[in-house]
Design a binder for this molecule. Structure first.
Ligand code: NAP
Length: 275
């Protein structure tokens, strides 16, 4: 059984709480919300509109109390980057696992997380794109751009009207994977990959990559239907982080590098056998 404390019980945190409560190997033992939040002191069940769970909501100032008395094994953080940075040291020092879904960190923040994980032998999973399918899309993008090096690449993404940043961080990461794939195959990338962004209605999230040659094209599309996709990714991270030490990303959780290298190794072996 893994005892989990949620940091942030907003749109995503609440979805995660509901999903985690359905899991036999996970127990939610508490949650932390913003300072002065009306949720503080309430039972998590009450906030979710469910029966009481016995797990309470705490303020950020009660973090030490939560660690010492509530004894979570893993913190799952979907709050905001300032809140995360104010807690990461205490959580790492206590040797607790930390799954960070929150976005918006600077390079310096990420470096600090790495250092803290190493120094205290703690485990941190940093997952700004926690949806499982999006991470597989990254892998496919990398493969496509390694092989179809003279194709034209275009990315489009669509999100709900409330999403502030455009293009999305995921679209930028897909562009990054294309560049990495092309560079891997010795192609110099001298212009940015075009990205088209739509902000409209209640679209949860859609990313599309087109790789078009003169005579054919490939399209890779990922679409999220519900926020539960984030909760599924968070669950995978919590199960991964048990008994780990160090700083990890989603590619480690899904073991994507092994998948990619084993694919290309097999291709090489087959070519050598034929040759
Ligand atoms: N990794 C991914 O794939 C992914 C997916 C979805 C969202 N996100 C990221 O997750 C974060 C949260 O998104 P959201 O849509 O759930 O936001 P949200 O609905 O605004 O919820 C934010 C939560 O953070 C809490 N909070 C604020 N300050 C805090 C503090 N000092 N200590 C502890 N908790 C604090 C808020 O508490 P109150 O309830 O008291 O206001 C609220 O519960 C964002 O950074 C977003 O970009 C990432």
């Amino acid at each position: 059984m893994t005892n989990v404390c949620l940091v942030g019980l907003g749109r995503t945190g609440m979805e995660i709480a509901r999903f985690f409560m359905e899991q036999r190997d996970i127990k939610i033992v508490g949650a932390i919300c913003s300072e002065f939040s009306p949720k503080i002191g309430k039972d998590i069940g009450e906030v979710l509109g469910l029966p009481n769970t016995g797990a309470k909501i705490y303020s950020p100032g009660q973090l030490k109390h939560v660690i010492d008395k509530i004894k979570p094994d893993v913190f799952v953080d979907f709050s905001n980057y300032k809140a995360t940075m104010s807690m990461v040291k205490t959580i790492a020092e206590a040797g607790k696992g930390l799954v960070i879904g929150t976005t918006g960190f600077s390079k310096t923040d990420l470096m600090r997380m790495r250092v803290l994980a190493k120094k205290h032998g703690a485990a941190i999973v940093y997952a700004p794109n926690i949806t499982l399918g999006v991470n597989v899309m990254m892998l496919l993008t990398n493969i496509v751009s390694r092989i179809l090096t003279d194709y034209d690449f275009e990315i489009s993404e669509a999100h709900h009207r409330h999403k502030k940043d455009a293009p999305s961080g995921t679209a930028l990461k897909i562009a990054d994977e294309i560049e990495k794939g092309l560079e891997f195959s010795g192609v110099e990338v001298n212009r940015p990959i075009p990205i088209h962004a739509t902000r409209a209605g209640g679209i949860v999230g859609r990313h599309q990559l087109i790789a078009a040659g003169d005579n054919d094209k490939i399209e890779i599309v990922h679409e999220s239907f519900s926020r539960k996709a984030f909760a599924e990714g968070a669950l995978k991270c919590v199960r991964f982080i048990r008994n780990k030490k160090g700083f990890f990303e989603m590619k480690d959780v899904l073991d994507l590098e092994r998948v990619l290298s084993s694919y290309f190794d097999k291709t090489k072996t087959a070519a050598a056998a034929e040759g």
